[in-house]
Design a protein around this ligand. Structure first.
Ligand SMILES: C[S@@+](CC[C@H](N)C(=O)[O-])C[C@H]1O[C@@H](n2cnc3c(N)ncnc32)[C@H](O)[C@@H]1O
Length: 377
């Protein structure tokens, strides 16, 4: 029975056992590009293993960089990831098609050729005046910046939805190395997740060489034989119904923490993907992380879309990570009806400590998994 399975999962929390408990556990493609709010691959792994039938299908409609669908694909499930952020959607698409070293070699050759035909105009340099912590141009040696601006021009010639997975893989490698605090990064010294104002010397970096190095790290371990190609969509979760006719065995997803934003910490990568000041002010308002702060009932849309694409005996699992300013679990349980029935939840022990009134230890990670089935069952 599902209720017992959930209880057993909570008792054993298998992702907390070695080797899954290791911070580095998982295929290197999980680390294709840093992303704030990324789920631990080991949690995705165990949820899929325990709750999605072998050979079944999984959707994450707000999939971020595709952690859950990629892990599902690794376990032989047919998976789709969707996200409204052009940056996150690029990364997820790059992971789900089983891109090979040969595919990458072809694509990098193509872009080497394309870039030789690109010239920069005044507007391109003006675009590099944009920035939140500092201006884009402050982060790079001028010659490195020139290549980045040319590549951005190429990226912007087609929307993410029209890019192939191989192309997305190339862009994902570049997006990852755009800023960081180690030699792999193209920027001056900054931070890998949020491009804090840079420090240190302006050192020239060969962009194509650094992309090649990143690609070989990501492709260093073969995908398992059961790997099943999946798909990545770019768009609002409400539109997923219009993009696939598939009905899923499971929807597994992790909504944004309450009070956090994904656009600001990711501003440079979003800038690369074409975001301008106006997108940060206005388009960001169309994302759940901003909408849920104004009115949590936006999740009614989420549950109603989920009901449309889930099989009648399908399972919806919602992961709520602790770290937000408000615990949304009780509200989501209420908003899920009438389409869904709440079946049970699995709290990890830190959460349980907090629930029983013992002082929560600050930033300690906690996880709360809510399980729903469709009401008509
Ligand atoms: C907590 S993150 C998901 C992280 C993901 N589990 C991973 O491991 O990468 C929540 C995601 O919801 C996406 N999102 C917010 N509003 C959305 C919307 N209306 N449609 C599609 N995606 C949306 C955000 O862009 C963000 O990537």
């Amino acid at each position: 029975m599902l209720e017992n399975k959930i209880k057993n999962f909570e008792k054993s929390l298998p992702y907390k056992e070695a080797p899954y408990s290791k911070k580095t556990w998982g295929h290197p493609l999980h680390s294709l590009c840093s992303y704030q709010g990324k789920l631990k691959p080991s949690i995705a792994h165990w949820l899929i293993k325990e709750f999605v039938p072998e050979g079944g299908s999984v959707l994450d409609p707000i999939g971020g960089v595709g952690t859950i669908p990629f892990e599902a694909a690794m376990l032989g499930r047919k998976a789709i990831s969707n996200d409204k952020s052009p940056f996150a959607a690029t990364i997820a698409k790059a992971k789900l098609d089983g891109v090979s070293q040969g595919d990458f070699n072809n694509i990098i050759e193509r872009y080497r050729d394309t870039i030789s035909k690109i010239s920069l105009e005044k507007q391109d340099y003006l675009d590099a005046e944009f920035g939140l912590n500092a201006k884009v141009k402050d982060y790079f040696h001028p010659d490195t910046l020139e290549t980045i601006l040319k590549l951005r021009k190429i990226f912007l010639t087609s929307p993410v939805g029209d890019k192939s997975s191989e192309e997305c893989f190339f862009w994902a490698c570049l997006l990852h190395i755009l800023h960081g605090n180690r030699p792999y990064a193209l920027s001056r010294n900054s931070h890998p997740i949020t491009p804090f104002a840079p420090t240190g010397d302006f050192i020239y970096k060969d962009v194509f060489e650094k992309i090649e190095e990143k690609a070989s790290r990501a492709l260093s371990i073969d995908l398992p034989s059961e790997f099943t190609k999946g798909e990545g969509f770019w768009g609002d979760f409400r539109d997923v119904v219009n993009k696939t006719e598939a009905k899923f065995d499971a929807i597994i997803t992790s909504p944004p923490f309450y009070g956090m934003r994904f656009d600001r910490p990711n501003w440079m990568r979003l800038w690369f993907c074409g975001w301008k000041e106006d997108n940060f002010h206005n388009e960001s308002l169309e994302f759940l992380e901003r909408q849920q702060v104004k009115d949590i009932s936006v999740y009614k849309d989420f549950f109603s879309m989920s009901a449309k694409v889930l099989k009648s005996d399908g399972l919806l699992i919602v992961h709520l990570g602790k770290g937000g300013r408000r615990d949304m679990s009780e509200e989501l349980k209420l908003l899920a009806s009438p389409e869904f029935r709440f079946v049970g939840e699995a709290l990890d022990c830190v959460k349980k400590v907090a629930k029983h009134g013992i002082k929560d230890k600050g930033m300690t990670t906690a996880h709360n998994l809510l399980f729903f089935t469709k009401s008509k069952n």
